[in-house]
Design a protein around this ligand. Structure first.
Ligand code: AMP
Ligand code: MG
Length: 393
């Protein structure tokens, strides 16, 4: 086991709930007779504690955000569940190493650096995400477009960041075109056709990481779990035979707007952003409109967008596309494209729910309004993590 994974496992144990089973301090191995040359045998790590509701909970910081796994153990071994959770977290790390546009050593960075040059052999994972990205670009008429990064790299959303000039944005706009991502499914080779163009997978790789982690848990025989990373959730199977419940986080504070009972479905929330840039007194959120190269004007964009899809890769990308489309067009798009569903909180606090999802939502009877009015009310109590398996972000 690598050092990194040990650290995660320690984190996992810390994160497993308020009253973890006491872990006896390792004692001398009773049977082994130590000899001068024998390698010390590392003690087996203790199994992760199982909570009263039959779940094991773990979290780790990856892809720049908090990931969590909530796994229903049932009659299975908690120790085996611990091994499965570690493997799932390691898979997310592996995906990040391939797909981060910020890590200079990542495969994606190498592809970006070779824009305009000959095609390269791609890993199956990067090939798949680029291929699915292109399908979603096509399906959303370019509202989602990972080549936004050609111009997106000019924008920084830290406090005090200076916006690029309109001329600088206009000069890079021709680099934004998903059709210039060339992929050959026969050879798994790919290239970015225009020199200088760049792909950023910030709107889809997290969802893909969640899907991969869920797949790894299933391969280890754990079919009932929730994997969540920074608001991207995949819900697999059930909890003791009943659908899991996923809370839709309020964009303006702690607590949930409503809960969605879910099984074998992805639920991704985008928005409630802390990262903005102010230009001429206007605030802009960190999603770029690929048609203009400018970030979304905060005053006319949704406070948060939750999209449901069959997997988290799709839900992640479509949530970003719906953000670019805007609340009304985005909702109409979702309703015309099953199996997508959505819950959109508009700037004024109106909650728009797609037609087929509306009857499934569980509303808290005392939900305070969202928006300016809510800011003046006391914060809702934090959900009990054991009763509510997951509360996004
Ligand atoms: P999300 O939080 O899933 O909505 O993703 C936001 C991230 O997606 C941003 O930080 C960018 O990395 C990336 N992004 C921004 N605009 C776009 C866009 N129009 N298409 C694809 N990715 C985008
Ligand atoms: Mg997204």
């Amino acid at each position: 086991m690598s050092h990194v994974l040990k650290a995660r496992w320690a984190l996992l144990l810390v994160a497993c709930g308020p009253t973890p089973a006491p872990t006896p301090a390792p004692t001398a191995t009773p049977t082994a007779t130590p000899t001068a040359n024998a390698d010390p045998v590392a003690p087996e790590p203790p199994p992760p504690p199982v909570r009263k509701d039959g779940t094991i909970y773990a979290e780790a910081y990856q892809m720049g955000t908090r990931f969590s796994i909530n796994l229903w153990v049932g009659e299975q071994s908690p120790a085996a569940a611990g091994v499965a959770i570690e493997a799932a977290l390691a898979e997310i790390e592996r995906i990040e190493q391939i797909m981060s546009e910020w890590r200079p050593s990542s495969e994606l960075s190498q592809l970006n650096n070779a824009a305009g040059q000959a095609s390269r052999l791609l890993s199956p994972e990067l090939f798949e995400v680029l291929q699915r990205s292109k399908m979603i670009c096509d399906a959303t008429d370019g509202a989602f477009d990972p080549t936004f990064y050609g111009v997106g790299q000019l924008w920084h959303f830290e406090p005090g960041a200076v916006p690029p000039t309109r001329e600088a944005v206009a000069a890079k706009l021709s680099l934004v075109d998903w059709r210039a991502i060339e992929l050959d499914p026969n050879t798994l080779r790919g290239r970015l056709a225009r020199p200088g163009m760049k792909v950023g997978l910030g709107a889809i790789a997290k969802g893909y990481g969640v899907d991969r982690a869920s797949q790894v848990l299933k391969e280890h025989g754990f079919m009932h779990h929730i994997v969540e990373g920074g608001g991207d959730t995949y819900v697999s199977g059930t909890k003791a035979g009943a659908p899991w419940r996923v809370g839709i986080q309020r964009p303006d504070g702690p607590g949930s707007i409503a809960a969605i009972p879910a099984s074998d479905r992805a639920i991704v929330t985008s928005g409630g952003y802390q990262r903005f840039i102010e230009v001429d007194g206007k605030r802009y959120a960190h999603i770029i409109d690929p048609r203009t190269g400018w970030p979304l004007d905060e005053s006319s964009s949704a406070q948060s967008i939750t999209v449901l899809a069959d997997d988290a890769t799709d839900a992640d990308a479509y949530a970003t596309a719906v953000a670019v489309m805007g609340p009304e067009k985005g909702l109409a798009y979702v309703e015309a494209h099953p199996p997508l569903e959505a819950v959109i909180v508009t700037r004024s606090g109106e909650v728009l729910v797609s037609r087929d999802l509306a009857p499934l939502l569980i509303w808290p009877s005392d939900a305070p309004p969202v928006g300016d009015a809510a800011a003046k009310q006391p914060a809702a109590p934090a959900p009990d993590p054991a009763a509510t398996p997951f509360s996004p972000r």
